[in-house]
Design a protein around this ligand. Sequence first.
Ligand SMILES: [Cu+2]
Length: 334
Amino acid sequence: MKRRDFLKAGTASLTGTVLGSVGLISWSPRSYAQTISVTLYITDGFITQPDGVNVYFKGFSSNQNTLNVPGEQIVVQEGDTVNITVVNTVNTTHQFAIDGLNVDPITIRGGRQRTLSFTANDPGSYLYLDPSKAPYDRLVGLHGGFASMPKNRDNMLYEGSPTFVQQYFWLFHDIDPVWHNAIRSGNRPNTRYIPRYFTLNGLSGRPPGAPDAHNPNVDALVDPRSALHGHIGDRTLIRVLNPGMCQQSVHTHANHMEWLTDNGQVRDDVWLKDCIYLEGNAGKIDAIFPFDPPPDAWPPVSTGTYPMHLHTEMSQTAGGGLYMFGALTDIHFE
Ligand SMILES: [Cu+2]
């Protein structure tokens, strides 16, 4: 099925599968399994960074004429038959796999296409990626978010988990343009890894007054896939994935997060944390931002805007110095 047709079908009946361009992940539980078919196109090109530098990327894109980094979000339900077709439009061989799922990767030669089929099990959050020449093909942009919802549940990460009413993916990435250039030329990078750009769902922040501030196609602060919006009580699951190399400390203002999983393992106890450690090199966590009234405000408040940022200073910069052009977004109490 062509992506176009799939999208059409998606609005009509496949309410369970949501694509990256839509923003907030919406989900309706079903009592029956479905066949979910998604087509991803491996494409390449340049993405302009905040300091004006064009950096080479490859992506699992939604069609052959675009470049999506990360690739579109894929959400399925436990028991579904999942068919992921990968069309390789570039002339190098690539692979497709879902990190942490027991599914054999497929290999797609340049100009060919292959389909990975499996039954969704193991509810949770996963990074899909190109595992070949690890970590290089993943770093150059071939990655995206995959979620499997537990059967019959629209409000749990896993059976019996704390509940939520809405969910987002946060994919953090860090980018060394020297490495991307080497990969573009077909070489293995042979320099020390020096990340110069830091992104959330492929975008970096823009401080007020900067060019493209408040442009949702550019500014991570207002990107609907990233910025949290809720009213008091709108408990929000965040599926945090790290295709990059750098370890991070994910920090929310206003509320502490309920820390549910660490690298795919359900934690014994749910801790309330304002900073959660995210491992580098494909680490992942799941957490719920509870949208409780901010506890320390006096007089009490129920609306307002608060930041989420990473607690390494370099991650908040671009090009080795532009501050607040890094990986951050906003949390809106409405
Ligand atoms: Cu802070």
